[in-house]
Design a protein around this ligand. Sequence first.
Ligand code: UD1
Ligand code: CA
Length: 455
Amino acid sequence: MSLEIIILAAGQGTRMCSTLPKVLHQVAGHSMLSHVIRSARQLKPSRIHIVIGYGADVVHKLLAADDLNFVLQEQQLGTGHATAQATPFISADNVLILYGDVPLIEVRTLRRLLKHLVFGQIGLLTVVLDDPTGYGRIIRDIDGKVVAIVEQKDTCESQRMINEINTGIFAVPANKLANWISRLSNNNVQGEYYVTDVIKMAVSDGWLVATEQPYNSMEVYGVNDRKQLARLERHYQLRAGQHLMAQGVTLLDPARFDVRGEVTVGRDVLIDINVILEGRVIIEDNVVIGPNCIIKDSTLRKGVVVKANSYLEGAVMGEDSEAGPFMRLRFGSVLGARAQVGNFVELKNTYLGEGTKVNHLTYLGDAFIGARTNIGAGTITCNFDGAKKHQTVLGEDVFIGANNSLVAPLRVGDGATTAAGSTINQDVDNFQLGVARASQRNINGWKRPVKTKKT
Ligand code: UD1
Ligand code: CA
């Protein structure tokens, strides 16, 4: 049976107090709507329809993709009206309705819900809450069968006691949905077209509404304000941390650890506090990450040590290499095995050979450096002439003295040495010494200037 999905995402989200449409606010570094889209895609529907309204242009521009059909709901007249904008585009047998502001819904829960369609039933996701205030209540008859959903504002006192609520997520046959939607009225307290009224129509047409519950109530937690957004974020991060711990990672404090992307981990990894992992991060066995590090789109091979306050982006650190504290690896930095990068060092588009050391106060950009080379403190590559970038190539076993300016394009051969304080702008051959500094002169009997006393 074919499936299409409708995601309702047209609301402004007044309580966010924001110019950004609510569904674009982020959880774990991705917009809420993109979380929902990702889960929807895993169900392999033939199409996903997204109903947009407030900030439609921004939402569309940010998330446009071939499998997504964006449908405009010009006026927000209710969830039923929103659904009605999408139903004309549906050609599949079944439809699943999701909400753009309920981002953490799990695919395994949705699969359970969809199963009911196979048995000719409607699948409705409900949850029991200690405090059901604000939500639509699930009304059941004496046999326990669902007969209707009543919105908070339309409830009577006894209905308000019901704590089984509507999550908004449900699965229905497509042709039936279109029919029921066309019969909705806005004759209710809010004067809105409620998609939830579909349930009582289905029941009166003889359909059975089967219910499922999520594994965890946070799966169906909707965000209306920034307090709820923060709560969802913390929930997500705690869960992400637990997931990594289950795979053999020690987190010194799961409450001070954030993942904003996808992380692959090995065993016996140790992560200190306030670490942020972003994008695609691969961490192999026995890696140690110190406190306050940000690691983005990078790979850390076995035994890597990243010390406190380091920032990595688009980097690869080879086996047993070390970096930090206070170090920055920018895009295209590749460290060979056992290489060492120390404090206040910045690397960009630079390869360091095995065992090479760059320990203090250095900038290397567009450089290729052989194995076992030592870069003295305070060295910089002058890789940019104001118009173009140029490469610096250093061989193996090179010794660059402290405080060198390496003016690119430049080659320094294997085993070569440069003197401290040199500005090296000519190639140095294998095993040569390059010296490029003014020679020192000592003057005898030098008299220092003296201050004249004011009278
Ligand atoms: C809705 C349900 C309620 C349920 C609750 C769960 C209805 C009538 N009520 O109430 O039973 O308990 O969700 O969170 O459906 N939207 C549009 N266009 C509109 C109105 C809403 O796209 O005209 C979208 C919103 O962007 C949002 C979703 O639909 O993603 C839900 O709308 P919202 O106004 O938050 O509904 P609730 O009052 O929370
Ligand atoms: Ca809501």
